[in-house]
Design a protein around this ligand. Structure first.
Ligand SMILES: CC(C)(COP(=O)(O)OP(=O)(O)OC[C@H]1O[C@@H](n2cnc3c(N)ncnc32)[C@H](O)[C@@H]1OP(=O)(O)O)[C@@H](O)C(=O)NCCC(=O)NCCS
Length: 156
């Protein structure tokens, strides 16, 4: 397809230090801050692929496997899994790095759907994202299954 580009072109990494301003009363990062970072990180991959403005249409459920301690580094890796027509699924993986030890752990993953929008606010058909590696192909197929479920929920 014209303008189609490899999935790898969208791969992005975004990091932020967990700071006291975003702490809960236990002294850990509030979940809402992580969700905010997930949205930004997902939008970066989506825009890197589409090269036009995008809006968040939906976010699938998120789980928080471990608390993020203040002073740790939150690292978000995002990539476009699959383009449908005007929408695309982006996967975001959240890792947390202990700055003293360098140890990283996986704390959350999320799937978001972004829609490409033109200057007049209209939805725009997007270039396809071509999966090349086995991992990208697996995500491409899984994204199709998740879309069915999402659109079913939307209809309810
Ligand atoms: C997202 C938005 C553009 C969808 O508009 P709409 O009138 O529902 O448009 P459509 O029904 O034509 O859907 C457009 C695309 O979004 C997809 N979509 C819409 N709602 C979706 C949802 N809940 N989950 C997944 N995909 C969704 C549709 O499947 C379609 O994809 P396709 O073209 O690849 O097949 C519109 O609801 C919107 O602007 N929402 C506000 C977005 C925003 O401001 N987000 C920031 C947070 S407030």
């Amino acid at each position: 397809m014209e303008n189609a580009r490899p999935v790898s072109d969208s791969c992005s990494e975004y990091s932020e230090l967990a700071l006291p301003n975003d702490a809960n009363p236990l002294g850990n990062l509030i979940g809402g801050r992580v969700m905010h970072l997930v949205d930004i990180s997902g939008a970066i991959a989506a825009m890197r692929h589409a090269r036009i403005p995008v809006v968040t249409a939906s976010v699938d459920h998120m789980t928080f496997l471990h608390p993020v301690h203040i002073g740790e580094l939150v690292i978000l890796k995002s990539t476009v899994n699959r383009v449908f027509r005007t929408s695309m699924e982006v996967g975001v993986k959240v890792m947390v790095e202990n700055m003293r030890t360098g140890v990283r752990r996986h704390t959350s993953s999320a799937y978001l759907t972004f829609v490409g929008i033109d200057a007049d606010g209209n939805r725009v058909p997007l270039p396809q994202a071509i999966p090349e590696t086995e991992e990208e192909k697996r995500r491409f197929h899984a994204a199709g299954e998740r879309r069915k479920y999402r659109l079913e929920l939307r209809g309810k």
